[in-house]
Design a protein around this ligand. Sequence first.
Ligand code: BES
Ligand code: MN
Ligand code: ZN
Length: 507
Amino acid sequence: MQIRVAIARPWEVPADVLVVPILDEAALTGPAAELDRRSGGQLATLLAFGELGPKRFSTVVAGTASDPGASGARAPHLLAVQAGAAARLDRETVVHVAGAAMRRLSGRTVRTLAVWLDPLAGLDGGAEAAAELVGRGIVEGSYEPHRIYRDDAKAPPTLDELVLVTGSGSAEALTRAADRGRIIGEGANLARTLSNRSANDVSPEVLAEEAYGLARKHGLWIDVIGPEKATEMGMGLFMAVGRGSDNPPRMIVMRNGKQGATDALDRHLALVGKGVCFDSGGISIKPSDRMDEMKMDKTGACTVIAALVTAKRLAPELPLLVVAPAVENMPGPHSTRPGDLVKALNGKWVDIGNTDAEGRLILADGMTYAERLGATHVVDVATLTGAVGRALGELVSGLFGTDQAWIDDVQAAGLRAGERYWQLPLVEEYRDDMDSWYGDLVNFARNNEGGLVKSALFLKEFVTKPWVHLDIAGTAYFRKAHPWAPQGANGASHATLVELALAGAKA
Ligand code: BES
Ligand code: MN
Ligand code: ZN
């Protein structure tokens, strides 16, 4: 898809469809009214008839007059998308408006799509921010998971050209912004496909193969540690989870730049992602209800790998480390049992209270290893607890951390990315419940009150540098489709991680 910016009025641009963002208006005014008048007036008629709901992301398609003449609109169709109140317009909304437009066109043939940018330029960051987020939203909105395994599924159209239409500004700067958005959207879609693929397709070995392929393609350093080496190195927590499956575990380590190299902010940032290719619970087996969703328990790993690829494409010199422990958590004759004692890479002894609290185990060794490789700042991303989804739902991820300045940096990156996080407290007093008779701590407290906080308190024992933990168990995938996104993995936190990393890019 080519992206072009047209400095023009919206009716002047030839395209198959022109997207018209509507800011809550019951009636069209100003240039929107003029656009409609030049298009034959259908949009105003449909709006007056109540065809465009007041809810954000509702859509209506209007035809333009068939013989518009010299002054008429040059696109045969307008697609109005409700963007909500102007005062509430934020980055997330802009991404979703573009996504909703693409999904509304599912099954249609559209080669050139024009988007009228001006109604969205009231965003903080102005037209450039809007261009980037529309570029990203168009790409993310074109994503159709049914296409992973079959090519006959109805999907949003494949565009040849996206034209952003705006009355003024630098076409060059706006094109650059939109292209940045396109690349971020492509990264999110890469994470989504890896994550959505089923567990009989993507084992830890296959995820590592995918990582090798991406490393080769994008010129990234990669090292994949198998079970023998991991055991020898002392990754006891990683192996405790991985040993139960016939599909052997893989510690995937990828990097751009040299070991320990620091960025413009003096950081060697490490992103650590939970890669549980299937989480049956292990010996502490899960109930069968919704167990199928646990093929997506590898989303954290898929997201950090994709974020590295995106960061490399946008800032080829930027140092960035990724550690993605990949395992399958299965019951079997070799599985770790409740009550087993295992030694972590950092030397702590962990008493396994519940084999279904496996994410924290593999992340712990992953973070220790990231620090050994020179990480100065750590962010881990994981579908860690059911509790975070119950607390915050599907639109807000949970966030914990040890260093408030670092937490604030991550929150700021989330704002730039249009993704929401809610900081939760590390309540030190609850650590007592995690004491173990035999080991240094348990992975699952007998008293699981505050289990969400305790999951983060566990992780904290395995990191010494400024650290943020993002629990995306509620947000990583949608159980039902939204106007802007289908069911399945949605790329949550990919854009945040990219923004966070790119803050350290040399200007
Ligand atoms: N992968 C799950 C968490 C999860 C639940 C992700 C629902 C997405 C949707 C995790 O490994 C898990 O099993 N967590 C347990 C922790 C408990 C055993 C302390 C949970 O949340 O019940
Ligand atoms: Mn589990
Ligand atoms: Zn899990």
